[in-house]
Design a protein around this ligand. Structure first.
Ligand code: AMP
Length: 212
């Protein structure tokens, strides 16, 4: 293993909310990922770099050791199949809720409820834990349209302010999980690079608890 530490992170809210925390532990990227087209960003620390990738790819890079560390939403981690990743720290950022939602004025459901979602594993696990049979319809976005157009009875999606649901005539029905960004670590790297990784995690933990 090289001495370089690679932190995988996705652009957007996860990055924006996590950067101030990384800054407080002394890691600052040399470029703004929102402005740069580079996928690998150097930082002020010569042995730390950031990998800018899709949120759903972060666990894959970390599990396979292409990145030692990663920052991923709990939604992505719950949806990810694989277990070779440590999840030592809740950063408490990019907070929202995974919710079941449906029309404010629904039509009666006569058969197995149809649930449209991008989060098929989370949905499957949630309903099987409840012992309820549902039909899951995989969508890649704009889940709110499902019930509006009669494609599904319910949706499973992330909810923050609730404005998106409200604007489409939907209401929350059940709370599935609280979501926030997590620091994840490759298991082999945690052992072999612990002298480098542990102080960063400890410092981050201190910063997170001070901020909360
Ligand atoms: P809101 O209208 O504030 O409830 O936000 C809901 C929309 O934003 C949905 O389309 C969600 O998929 C998305 N969203 C909300 N919070 C997050 C988050 N923490 N990470 C990713 N997407 C989010």
């Amino acid at each position: 293993m090289s001495d370089i530490l690679t932190i995988a992170v996705s652009k957007g809210r996860i990055f924006e909310d996590a950067m101030p925390l990384l800054k407080q532990v002394g890691i600052v990227p040399n470029e703004d990922p929102e402005k740069s087209r580079k996928l690998v960003l150097e930082t002020n620390q010569p042995d730390v770099r950031l990998l800018i990738i899709r949120a759903t790819d972060v666990p894959t890079y970390v599990e396979r050791g292409a990145a030692e560390l990663g920052i991923a939403g709990k939604d992505v981690l719950m949806e990810y199949i694989g277990d070779d990743i440590y999840e030592p720290l809740d950063l408490g950022t990019a907070k929202c809720r995974m919710m079941l939602a449906g029309l404010k004025k629904p039509k009666p459901i006569t058969d197995r409820p149809r649930v449209a979602t991008k989060y098929t594993n989370i949905t499957k696990n949630y309903f099987s834990a409840k012992g309820q049979q549902v039909e899951i319809i995989k969508l890649y976005g704009s889940m709110e349209l499902g019930p509006v157009l009669g494609l599904s009875d319910w949706i499973v999606d992330l909810v923050d302010t609730g404005n998106t649901l409200k604007a489409n005539g939907l209401i929350t029905l059940e709370h599935i999980a609280d979501i926030s960004s997590r620091m994840i670590v490759n298991k082999a790297a945690m052992k072999m690079k612990s002298a480098r990784i542990k102080p960063i995690l400890e410092h981050l933990e201190e910063v997170v608890s001070r901020n909360s």
